[in-house]
Design a protein around this ligand. Structure first.
Ligand code: C2E
Ligand code: MG
Ligand code: MG
Length: 707
């Protein structure tokens, strides 16, 4: 097998004993070698240089140059580094053996030579040398390959120590390692090291390759991504090939950004949100926890868009998005990292949402939602404009409000509309009855819109009389809706709907215009004209430019502001004190008078009222109604009247139906009354005919035509 080639392999033998040389030659030639023999070390070196033999056998003791020197010389000569050199030494000469190895000998053969196996021995030495050469060539080749490879190749032992490492040609370097043999945990941050050890174990156990990805933040603050493939290696070692995939990752991220993120705000989009919630629901099903979907819609955002254009609208959306994601993120830091694993998403237009997983109770949700409200309410300045944007928030909770993302989103949306209905800028939890209500609301809303277009509303007027004198001092304008069948639908039914849908704004505008026109018309026609009171809902107050609407209505009708009174509810006053006072002051300065309607049903105290520039106070009908039956009501009425006196407010009692109620009120020094006792609200023509087109200006309490 050694002589597989055409040419026989050459062996150089050097020994000063001619007998030994002759026997060696015979044995080796028999084994198929061609033999060159010499009798000293110097000649051996010369023979090596000339013949480049496959193997050299050197006697130790030789004249001119001994075997050790010759061995060392051959090793130094060209081609001599790898040739097997065998020393032939005395059997017990241990020192000689050591020196032979030091001189670079490959092996040794002891004298006296065991001739029957001598030829075989040489052949084995030669074969081992061939294998060794082969191995070295392979290794050299591998090293070249590895050096040229971009990947970092790491050998890890069964104790998770790196025993070998070829760094690869990374653009973004891996973390620095201690060098030598070192633990994986000494190389990577804890999380990555853990992933490596886990992968190593899995490969060791199953013998199958495993891949993991990890990211690493370099000192420059850049983030690089890596993929590592773990594969079985030798001796229970595992090979880990680390390739850098930052470029690929960035491309993936760009694609994901396009697919899952909102262009304008950079927040996750609806699709991403669904994914997020899906993931949370899966977890919640496993550990029996809850997931809340919080749906946020900005109140009246459409107005900003419509009046100031989309560029400004977009700017406001961006600012709001930033605030939202900040206020959610801050919470994430306060709490466990897993508490809110999803970010705020923009679902479209002015709608945002986020999910909360595993919260203690609904109070937590409410306080989060409210804090978001606080964040959003702070004015946004954009392009020289200042905006106050309030959110309406709806919340639905898995499992009770829905099993899947779609249902939770839908129901949170329903709850959000409920929040809008409740006057906007509020938070509502979903409850099963809501969807039915909102469906009902939809039909009514449609009808209301139509009524507005068809001019199907009208105002009725209810007189206010001065107690004692019976003088007509004013009238309250009350809206009526006559449906297609000609029936009057009471405002108690449709005003709340109009408020929920935002339609109260155009409806309220219409009421103001109509009332102003009527007031002016009567003022022109009759020497005396009653002051007309108009009800203002809280949305009109906060969400429209009420000052402007009122002034415009007066101006267009040509009516004096003193002909108009505005009836506001306590809830308006409670909302935003600073803003309310400023607005009321403005209105009052024009000559309009201001009354608090339904007083006593809200939570405000009389002393609280001191802060507001109001003129009159209307005692709620419920107290007047109970006057005879309930001592409490009588006490309350008396107290309200007495304190209103102190505050210099005119007191008007609503819903006076009986003479005895009127007498009680008069005894308490109440200023005015309004109620069925004198007259129900009546159409303008009837009001004019009964109370204006007559020579009377003072009336008996029980009107002839009260019906
Ligand atoms: P309100 O402002 O407190 O109006 C007084 C309500 O009491 C009126 O009901 C009136 O018809 C009723 N009323 C007056 N005297 C008596 C009485 O002696 N007995 C009884 N039982 N009721 C009496 P109406 O017209 O149904 O209006 C209900 C509510 O709807 C009003 O309460 C007001 O809050 C609202 N509303 C009416 N018109 C408008 C409007 O144009 N704009 C706004 N925003 N709200 C309006
Ligand atoms: Mg009223
Ligand atoms: Mg009232």
């Amino acid at each position: 097998m050694i002589n597989a080639g055409d040419e026989r392999e050459t062996i150089v033998i050097a020994d000063d004993d001619p007998t030994i040389r002759a026997v060696m030659r015979a044995a080796l030639e028999k084994g198929g070698f061609s033999v060159v023999d010499v009798d000293n070390g110097e000649l051996a070196c010369a023979a090596f240089a000339r013949h480049q033999p496959a193997i050299v056998l050197l006697d130790v003791e030789m004249p001119v140059m001994d075997g050790f020197k010759a061995c060392a010389e051959i090793r130094r000569s060209p081609g001599g580094e790898t040739v097997p050199v065998v020393m032939v030494t005395g059997r017990d000469d241990i020192e000689a053996v050591d020196e032979a190895y030091r001189a670079g000998a490959t092996d040794f053969i002891a004298k006296p030579i065991n001739w029957p196996i001598f030829g075989h021995r040489v052949q084995y030495i030669l074969r081992a040398s061939h294998d060794y050469q082969q191995l070295r060539r392979t290794e050299a080749k591998n090293n070249v390959l590895l050096d040229a490879m971009p990947d970092c190749v790491v050998v890890i032992d069964a104790d998770d120590h790196v025993t070998d490492l070829i760094p690869g040609t990374f653009e973004n370097p891996l973390p620095r390692h201690p060098g030598g043999i070192f633990a994986v945990t000494d190389w990577f941050p804890e999380k990555i090291a853990k992933a490596w050890c886990k992968a190593r174990k899995s490969v060791a156990k199953n013998g199958k390759p495993v891949s993991i990805e990890f990211a690493f933040d370099d000192l420059q603050g850049g983030r690089s991504y890596y993929e590592t493939r773990f594969a079985p290696y030798v001796d229970r070692h595992i090979l880990a090939m680390v390739s850098e995939i930052t470029a690929r990752k960035r491309a993936e991220q760009r694609i994901r950004r396009l697919a899952f993120y909102d262009n304008l705000t950079g927040l996750p989009n609806r699709q991403a949100f669904r994914h997020q919630v899906d993931g949370l629901l899966a977890e919640a099903r496993k550990d029996d926890s809850r997931v809340a979907v919080v749906y946020i819609d900005l109140d009246n955002f459409k107005r900003i868009n419509d009046t100031l254009g989309h560029t400004i609208g977009d700017g406001v959306i961006k600012a709001i998005a930033e605030r939202l994601s900040k206020s959610i993120r801050r919470r994430t830091e306060e709490q466990d990292e897993d508490d809110i694993p999803t970010g705020v998403a923009r679902l479209g237009g002015d709608e945002f949402a986020f999910a909360i997983h595993d919260f203690d109770d609904d109070g937590v949700l409410r306080s989060i939602a409210e804090r978001i409200g606080d964040q959003l309410r702070k004015p946004v300045t954009h392009d020289g404009h200042e905006f106050v944007v309030t959110p309406s928030v709806g919340i639905s909770v898995f499992p009770e409000d829905g099993e899947c993302v779609e249902d939770l989103l839908k129901n949170a949306d329903v709850a959000m509309y409920q929040a809008k209905d409740a006057g906007r800028d509020s938070v509502r939890f979903y409850s099963g009855t809501m969807s039915i209500r909102s469906l009902h609301g939809l039909a009514l809303e449609r009808d209301l819109r139509k009524a507005l277009e068809d001019d199907a509303f009208e105002l009725h007027y209810q007189p206010k009389l001065e107690l004692g004198s019976g003088r007509l001092v004013g009238a309250e304008a009350l809206i009526r809706w006559q449906n297609d069948e000609g029936e009057y639908i009471p405002p108690g039914t449709f005003i709340p709907m109009a408020e929920e849908s935002g339609l109260i704004i155009p409806i309220g505008d219409w009421v103001l215009r109509e009332a102003c026109q009527q007031a002016n018309q009567w003022h022109q026609k009759y020497s005396f004209a009653p002051r007309i009171a108009v009800n203002i809902s809280s949305q009109q107050f906060y969400q429209s430019d009420l000052q402007q609407t009122v002034m415009k209505a007066l101006f267009e009708a040509g009516a004096k502001p003193s002909l108009l009174q505005l009836e506001l509810t306590e809830s308006i006053l409670m909302r935003d004190v600073g803003k309310t006072i400023a607005m009321l002051e403005y209105l009052k300065n024009t000559g309009i008078t201001l009354a608090i309607d339904d007083f006593g049903t809200g939570y405000s105290s009389l002393s609280y009222l001191k802060r507001f520039p109001i003129d009159a106070l209307k005692i709620d009908r419920s107290f007047v109604m109970d006057l005879e039956a309930s001592n409490d009501s009588a006490t309350i009425c008396a107290a309200i009247i007495a304190m209103a006196r102190e505050l210099n407010l005119t007191v008007i009692a609503e819903g006076v139906e009986t003479v005895s109620q009127a007498e009680f009120l008069q005894a308490q020094d109440c200023d005015q009354i309004q109620g069925y006792l004198f007259s129900k609200p009546v159409p303008a023509s009837e009001f004019e005919q009964r109370f204006l087109a007559t020579s009377e200006t003072h009336f008996a309490l029980e009107s002839a035509g009260k019906g």
